[in-house]
Design a protein around this ligand. Structure first.
Ligand SMILES: Nc1ncnc2c1ncn2[C@@H]1O[C@H](COP(=O)(O)OP(=O)(O)OP(=O)(O)O)[C@@H](O)[C@H]1O
Length: 638
């Protein structure tokens, strides 16, 4: 068990810790978690980290169950100065076991009990939130190639920004890395680099972006420009998700690079003051770290995976009567509330099992477009709902708790994003391995049968015979092979009585095994040659992509330079992406050997293959079907 796994062991129900926080709150440092949540239930990190052998056994799908619920934790902030001055009562209690009790606002009202994956009391520190919220699990999953999201939700002034990035003013000057007030984002970056340093077998490339959605406009926080020109949100056919066009991404080779991204974004984000928070976020922000990992599996096959982690700080819902917003702040509040309402509709629809498969209004706001994948797609998501303990905020706290309870019901289907060609090669390799094992079993069985018919074998002790028998029958009795070679008389003999078989029956059986073995050898060699062809094709596709991109760049530069040809618009990222997508549709070179398309080297290969009289390479039907499904190996119609 590794260090991080130990951290996730569920705490004893209702565990309370001695406070070492300067908080004036009467509540102690309380963290309660439910048994179901914080374990690494769905992913065995011992298996996945380290060697490539382990990795390819645990990738491609989310093990255990294919689905994962959104994890929801609650953080209750301490009473603030205003609330203490106004002698506001605390209406939140912590019965333990991930539960939270909200006392009734009126005398006649019954208390309400809510249950979550974990609850952090007012005395919980930033480090507690890192260790017990499950964010470390998300970071591990992101490194493994999953798409992960942490988002903070809650009323204005409830502590969302404090939880994610720390108290106000932390980034006004060069932040002190040892400051205990740093939020989840900072400590997650440190944890992430620790994780990466443990993976010597893998090459990682990190890129980060930081954006805000301010009054329904997407602004690049790393490159806002003086005019703060909004960026477009578009649908990508390739990734089947929304993306922000021309968003600046920064290569982050070191921890300092990631921290610089955080600092820069924090300085550029929109902050305003109202009567409930002097440093209120006036926008939703999304900080994304893309983690591309490349590791070599066996036989020089490279596996590339694209994981990512999003940190989403939502602007707080506001009762404008209470915040006394007006003018610009009022317009901001209306936009914030509107987008949060759409998010609420999406969460309600997704959590309602009766509406499963129904329409989810993601397109109604930029925020939900960009969070669509985290809410119901292929991601792993953690929601941190922040609340105030004060009686004066009872209604908002109740709304947040209900919202969070609904989100807990949402299920996502996490998958690792991998290149389909690489995934196919991996699955083929697994098939080949299985066949090889089968082959070995057959070989053993065959050898045993041969020796069983030798007279010297009869001198063996009965114990030796017994063990030999067990070995020889293991394959056929369990029906482990399936090459379709029939037994000589159509009936398989009783292999448990092998020693009693007549010599002619033994000879027939040996003959059967020989044929079976022959069939498997052929299948194995087919698979090997298919894999080799796939590797070659992959290489070709890459070269073709590069060629097309170069051509595209040439055409573009000629058009821009020439005084005769009217200037064309520059190629947007979208067009380049579209061109890449087209280039990635593989065309079977054996069906069309045009050197202008495939390059002279490959054409020569084909001609020499034909001259040598080798039959053209044909894929087995099952593999061809798989290739057709993925549009690999389908001859171009154009
Ligand atoms: N757990 C906490 N411990 C100590 N102080 C806290 C805690 N949570 C919040 N605060 C303080 O409360 C104030 C408001 O918090 P914060 O700005 O994070 O709220 P918010 O939910 O992000 O609000 P908004 O939606 O308006 O941006 C800040 O001064 C913050 O430092």
């Amino acid at each position: 068990m590794n260090k991080s796994q130990r951290r996730y062991q569920p705490a004893a129900p209702g565990r309370k810790r001695r406070s070492n926080s300067p908080s004036k709150s009467k509540s102690s440092r309380t963290i309660t978690d439910s048994n179901a949540s914080l374990e690494l239930a769905n992913f065995d990190f011992n298996q996945s980290s380290g060697s490539s052998e382990n990795l390819d056994q645990s990738t491609l799908t989310f093990p255990a169950s294919d689905e994962d619920n959104i994890s929801v934790v609650i953080r209750v902030r301490p009473l603030n100065e205003k609330e203490v001055k106004a002698s506001d009562d605390e209406v939140v209690q912590f019965p333990g076991n991930g539960q939270l009790l909200l006392e009734g606002n009126l005398v006649a009202q019954k208390p309400r009990l809510f249950s979550y994956h974990a609850v952090f009391g007012p005395g919980a520190t930033q480090t507690d939130v890192l260790h017990f919220s499950g964010v470390e699990r998300l970071l591990q999953l992101a490194v493994e190639g999953f798409s992960c999201t942490v988002f903070c939700y809650g009323q204005t002034g409830s502590g969302k920004t404090h939880t994610l990035t720390g108290p106000p003013g932390l980034f006004d000057r060069k932040p002190d890395p040892l400051d205990q007030n740093h939020g989840l984002v900072f400590s997650s970056f440190v944890f992430l680099f620790q994780l990466l340093s443990q993976r010597q077998d893998t090459h990682f490339v990190l890129k980060a972006s930081f954006l805000e959605i301010y009054n329904e406009k997407v602004i690049d926080l790393l490159n806002p420009g003086s005019a703060r020109k909004p960026l477009a949100v578009r649908w990508s056919k390739k990734s089947r998700g929304f993306f922000v066009e021309n968003l600046f991404t920064v290569d982050c080779e070191q921890l300092d690079d990631l921290l610089a991204v955080l600092e820069e974004g924090m300085r550029n984000r929109s902050v305003g003051a109202h009567s409930m928070n002097d440093h209120s976020s006036r926008s939703h922000t999304i900080l994304t770290v893309h983690i591309t990992s490349e590791m070599s599996a066996e036989d020089g096959v490279f596996i590339t995976k694209q994981g990512k982690i999003n940190f989403v700080d939502l602007a707080g819902s506001e009762m404008t009567k209470k915040t006394h917003s007006e003018g610009k702040t009022l317009e901001e509040a209306n936009n914030i509330n509107k987008s949060l309402m759409v998010l609420g509709y999406c969460i309600a629809s997704l959590s309602d099992s009766k509406k499963k498969g129904g329409h989810i209004p993601y397109r109604d706001s930029k925020l939900t477009k960009l969070l669509a994948d985290s809410l119901a797609g292929n991601g792993v998501t953690l929601m941190i709902a922040c609340v105030s303990p004060a009686k004066s905020n009872f209604t908002e706290t109740l709304n947040t708790l209900r919202y969070a309870a609904r989100a807990k019901k949402i299920r996502t289907k996490p998958v690792i994003v991998m290149d389909p060609r690489e995934a196919l090669i991996l699955s083929l390799r697994r098939e080949v391995n299985a066949l090889q094992e089968e082959n070995d079993t057959l070989r053993n069985a065959l050898q045993l049968n041969a020796s069983a018919s030798e007279p010297s074998r009869s001198r063996k002790t009965s114990a030796e015979k017994g063990s030999g028998r067990r070995r020889s029958v293991s394959g056929p009795v369990r029906g482990e092979w399936s090459s379709g070679v029939p037994w000589p008389d159509g009936v398989s003999p009783d292999l448990s009585k092998l020693a009693d078989l007549k010599p002619e029956d033994l000879a027939k059986m040996a003959e059967h095994f020989l044929r079976e073995n022959e069939a498997l050898r052929k299948e194995n060699s087919d698979l090997f040659s298919t894999r080799e062809a796939l590797l070659r094709d992959q290489e070709l596709v890459c070269r073709e992509n590069e060629r097309l991109l170069r051509k595209l760049e040439d055409v573009n530069s000629v058009c821009c330079r020439s005084p005769i040809i009217p200037a064309r618009p520059t190629y947007s990222a979208d067009k380049v992406q579209a061109a890449q997508t087209e280039a990635e549709v593989w065309t079977n070179p054996l069906a069309q050997s045009d050197s202008s398309v495939y390059g002279p080297k490959f054409k020569e290969d084909i001609i020499s293959e034909r001259k040598s009289g080798k039959p053209p390479h044909r894929l087995p039907d099952s593999i061809q079907k798989e290739l057709d499904k993925r549009r690999i190996g389908v001859a171009s119609k154009s």
